[in-house]
Design a protein around this ligand. Structure first.
Ligand SMILES: Nc1ncnc2c1ncn2[C@@H]1O[C@H](COP(=O)(O)OP(=O)(O)OP(=O)(O)O)[C@@H](O)[C@H]1O
Ligand SMILES: [Mg+2]
Length: 233
């Protein structure tokens, strides 16, 4: 059985070409095991968001070998890649990317609607999840009526609602106070860390490092070392 959610071997990513080429990922080796929460940390500009985007199939690598849940995602035809992502991946981005015209519950329900769930059932499930996230009273509010932290929790609900196998989060606690940040990380552990799942979190927030099973350190386009985090297991 495959025990790795993500395997990166010498992954390269450059932007631009010729003299303008910017080599952002310079040969990344990283494995993200199933059943664990892996954090990716490192200085601003070192390539964390780029690596997360490549892993999530939002950017194509320039070179190297990459498997996500046993699939070479970047080698799939784009319609198959979209389907694979829809079914297997959940995202929380640095920007929340909520749709302004939709309510909190409708925003959280989007992955289910994309999977052809009936609207009423999808919104009901979204409301239950938002309630668990402490937003039960705000399910009918639109994003511009919510605080940053509340919007972040809606983005969480949207990432988790379709039970994805791999959840990738970019700075998921940046808009949250310490208490809500801890609450959300605990919930993420509870919902997401199961033997057949994995969570990959990019963060600067050392207040939440103790939630990680392992911490991969990145610097200047490379994963330099990976640390096991003893405390949580
Ligand atoms: N589309 C792009 N075209 C050119 N350069 C890019 C592009 N996207 C990112 N970069 C560059 O790649 C480098 C890494 O960016 P990235 O967003 O991955 O960093 P990061 O580690 O997530 O930083 P932060 O912690 O500030 O979010 C930066 O120097 C950035 O300017
Ligand atoms: Mg970033």
């Amino acid at each position: 059985m495959n025990t790795q959610a993500v395997v990166c071997n010498q992954v390269l990513k450059s932007f631009g070409a010729g003299e303008d080429e910017v080599k952002v990922l310079r040969g990344v080796d990283l494995t993200v095991p199933l059943g664990e929460m892996t954090f990716l940390v490192g200085p601003s500009g070192c390539g964390k968001t780029t690596l997360l985007s490549v892993i999530a199939g939002l950017l194509n690598p320039t070179g190297g070998d990459l498997h996500v849940l046993g699939t070479a995602l970047h080698q799939l035809k784009s319609s198959k890649a979209v389907e694979f992502r829809r079914e297997n991946l959940g995202f929380v981005f640095q920007q929340f990317n909520l749709l302004p015209a939709l309510t909190a519950a409708e925003n959280a329900a989007v992955p289910l609607l994309a999977a052809n769930w009936p609207l009423k059932k999808a919104v009901e499930k979204a409301k239950t999840l938002l309630d668990e996230l402490g937003l039960g009273s705000r399910v009918n509010a639109r994003p511009n009526q919510l605080s940053g932290g509340q919007q972040q929790r809606v983005a969480f609900a949207r990432a988790l609602i379709h039970d994805p196998k791999l959840i990738v989060c970019d700075e998921p606690t940046s808009a949250l106070d310490e208490h809500t940040g801890h609450y959300v990380m605990e919930l993420l552990r509870k919902i997401a860390v199961r033997p057949e799942r994995a969570v990959l979190v990019v963060t600067h927030d050392n207040r939440i490092y103790n939630f990680a099973d392992r911490i991969a350190h990145m610097n200047d386009g490379l994963v330099t070392h990976v640390e096991q985090n003893g405390g949580m297991n």
